[in-house]
Design a protein. Structure first.
Length: 300
């Protein structure tokens, strides 16, 4: 039996794109990733070659019959356009989160992939960290009373990365994955332009009407970290459980999952659950943005 190979191109060579090129060139032995063959990369900057990978034009990548798959690692703002082009050209797509900066667009792109019978895979390495896997085990089966997830990080260029509910969708993904479906009850955002500071505060309710708060805070010199405070009927969890380092890198784990989908090795149930989670988080991100951007209500 001839092993099925998928010719692959990486679009965008920032931090994620370079990690993708590295992992495609060094797949884990006897893993699904061995079915992906890097045929080149696309970038607006001119590199020539990166290691053995050669730079090709976007036009050639879209036209090539040898290329079956695109890894989209461009800035968030251009995900939509890039995904659309490659799906239209009949290629499978892996894209870094967030898939798009609007829920409507995300639903459209997902539909397009389904119509063309192509895999559209959104990277969610935040669910693959050992820290998160331990946290999920710790939370399993407990009854939430209330909780907070507070993220701090360096300043992002919103023109490129989008509204914080989209650029920070990894946090929202955690909350949905840990506590099930959520409803937004309110959301506000404070911005200090002169200080380059931004803080978004979102209040949710779980299906059992328990309150959850998500704070996304960014400013100059802010360390990238997450703080949790989840209170259960059995007590509160304020620190992440100790977790071992994984021997397999996060992008490689994600790449293996994507390759499994290409090979038809992921169950319909898993695919459906993942689709629901991804689109639901994008729907919520959009609601949050609308809440934050509503003109101040004036109470007389």
């Amino acid at each position: 039996q001839i092993s099925k190979m998928f010719g692959t191109v990486v679009v965008g060579v920032g931090i994620a794109g370079l990690a993708r090129i590295r992992d495609l060139m060094n797949p884990m032995p006897s893993s699904p990733s061995e079915h992906l063959k890097l045929l080149g990369f696309v970038s607006r900057r001119s590199f020539g070659n990166i290691n053995e990978a050669k730079q090709i034009s976007l036009e050639d990548a879209l036209r090539s019959k040898e290329i079956h798959v695109a890894f989209v690692s461009t800035e968030n703002r251009s995900h939509e356009e890039t995904i659309r082009m490659f799906l239209e050209a009949g290629k499978h797509v892996l894209v870094e989160y967030p898939m798009a900066l609007s829920a409507k667009v995300a639903h459209e792109l997902w539909e397009m992939a389904e119509q063309k019978d192509k895999v559209l895979h959104v990277e969610h390495i935040e669910l693959l960290t050992e820290e998160y896997k331990q946290l999920k085990k710790e939370v399993a089966g407990k009854d939430l009373v209330k909780g907070t997830l507070h993220f701090t990080g360096h300043v992002l260029d919103e023109n490129k990365s989008g509204f914080p509910a989209f650029s920070g969708i990894a946090r929202l993904t955690w909350l949905i994955d840990l506590f099930g479906d959520l409803t937004v009850t309110s959301a506000t955002r404070e911005k200090q332009k002169d200080k380059n500071y931004s803080r978004m505060t979102v209040h949710f309710q779980t299906a059992n009407k328990k309150p959850l708060t998500w704070i996304e805070e960014r400013g100059p010199g802010m360390r990238r970290e997450k703080k949790i405070n989840f209170c259960f009927t059995s007590g509160c969890l304020e620190n992440f459980p100790q977790a071992p380092r994984s021997s397999v890198g996060l992008f490689m784990q994600d790449q293996n999952l994507f390759a499994k989908k290409l090979l038809g090795q992921v169950s319909k149930e898993e695919l459906a659950a993942e689709k629901w989670r991804i689109l639901r988080c994008l729907d919520l991100a959009e609601m949050i943005q609308q809440y934050c951007e509503e003109p101040e209500k004036i109470y007389s």
